[in-house]
Design a protein around this ligand. Structure first.
Ligand code: GRF
Length: 205
């Protein structure tokens, strides 16, 4: 006799989560995230959004076969935020990795606690408008900090302000230049960002 429960076992494949990365710089974090999820059964990077034609991240995405959407300021900030294209990519999580424009309210409303950012310092210190790239590391060194680190946080309507998801620290050495500190921070970012994204997606499955 057939066990009735076996007849009704679901046969559909597990849902594949689509990650959209917003990046406009060299793209080293985007590269790590794309690589990490190319081996995943449950998530992949389905779109890279970039506001800088010629940015390094564009060729990284293209080599990996990830579509790239180049965006313009007026429509992004004052129009529909490119929400139709982002939805079209099946996006369930938006990951900022070196993206400097403020995220418009349209996108924040469409993806509540589904947009995250990485910041190369220990927020709430050394964050806010104008605090990006070398400016962050120069400020950390000028302030005589003994440690710096990375912060991964949800994005809200203010710069570097949403709830913190993850932080980890590294030492600041007497001999550090902004470049050497940036390299140490980048290593932390590359190690942790894909793992934190993966954990977030698994929690929300
Ligand atoms: C990273 O340091 C990140 O913290 C900041 O922008 C930088 C992007 O670097 N938000 P990359 O383009 O991923 O190399």
């Amino acid at each position: 006799m057939t066990d009735a429960s076996s007849l009704f076992r679901p046969t559909t494949a597990p849902k594949l989560e689509n990650i959209t990365i917003f990046a406009s710089g060299a793209g080293s974090n985007a590269s790590r995230i794309i690589d990490y999820f190319s081996n995943s059964q449950h998530a992949r990077v389905s779109l890279v959004v970039c506001n800088k034609p010629g940015a390094g991240v564009i060729s990284i995405a293209e080599k990996a076969g990830v579509p790239v959407l180049i965006i313009e300021k007026e429509r992004f900030l004052k129009g529909d935020g490119y929400l139709p294209e982002i939805r079209e990519a099946g996006t369930s999580l938006v990951v900022l990795a070196g993206f400097l424009w403020k995220v418009p309210q349209t996108l924040i409303n469409a993806y509540p606690r589904r947009i995250i950012n990485i910041h190369p310092a220990l927020l709430p210190k050394f964050g806010g408008r104008g605090m990006y790239g070398q400016y962050v590391h120069e400020s950390v060194l000028n302030a005589g900090e003994m440690e710096s680190g990375i912060t991964i946080h949800f994005v809200d309507e203010h710069y570097d302000n949403g709830d913190i998801i993850f932080q980890t620290a590294c030492p600041v050495l007497d001999t550090d230049s902004p470049e050497s500190l940036a390299n140490r921070i980048h290593q932390l970012e590359h190690l942790h960002y894909p793992l934190v994204i993966d954990d977030l997606l698994k929690e929300q499955l």
